[in-house]
Design a protein around this ligand. Structure first.
Ligand code: HEM
Length: 157
């Protein structure tokens, strides 16, 4: 007759895995679980050079499109391009220092309307798309710029 076994049955698989699982979760909590670290926004936009190209493309369209060009007479586009690029780069947490005026002050005398602002945002979207910027990065930049609308557009326009 067979003797009853005195050996304890093997623990279920999950019980044996639990210490490893706990260690993994703790590691995630301490170090973060993201599989790929996200680049800073300015790098997702192509770095300082990429942002410079985006700003100049946007300005080129703003200063020539019939919907937006009226305020650009006599404006030095090279200087404005430098300032716009530095501004966008700083908004995107890049290594640039914008030394121009506030958005309210620099646009105060231009009497800009909502439709001019919206067309400008579309130019920026187009430039970001043409540069191959991801949808997430594009939306993050636009989200950061959106509150400036109230400083740039004249009330009631
Ligand atoms: C999110 C939208 C916008 C941003 C981030 C932006 C940004 C800037 C920046 C950084 C400057 C330079 C200010 C300085 O150097 O002190 C500037 C100036 C200027 N912007 Fe905008 N701008 C926006 C919308 C617009 C729109 C909608 C227009 C017209 C359609 C416009 C027309 C101008 C003009 C003409 C100047 C030069 C003003 C001057 O030198 O007297 N901007 N903008």
């Amino acid at each position: 007759m067979q003797q009853p076994s005195l050996r304890r049955p093997a623990p279920p698989r999950l019980t044996r895995l639990r210490p490893a699982l706990m260690a993994g979760l703790l590691g995630c909590a301490l170090a973060g679980c993201a599989s790929a670290p996200t680049q800073p926004l300015h790098q997702q936009l192509g770095g300082v050079q990429g942002i410079d190209a985006i700003a100049r493309g946007m300005l080129q369209r703003m200063s020539t499109d019939p919907r937006t060009r009226r305020t650009f007479d006599g404006i030095n586009l090279k200087t404005l391009g430098n300032n716009l690029a530095a501004h966008l780069c700083q908004v995107a947490d890049g290594p640039c220092v914008y030394e121009g005026e506030t958005m309210a002050k620099s646009h105060a005398d231009l009497n800009l309307g909502g439709s001019e602002f919206d067309a400008t945002v579309q130019f920026l979207r187009d430039e970001l798309d043409a540069a191959g910027v991801s949808t997430a990065a594009k939306n993050e930049l636009l989200r950061r710029l959106a509150p400036m609308r109230r400083d740039i557009v004249q009330p009631g326009r």
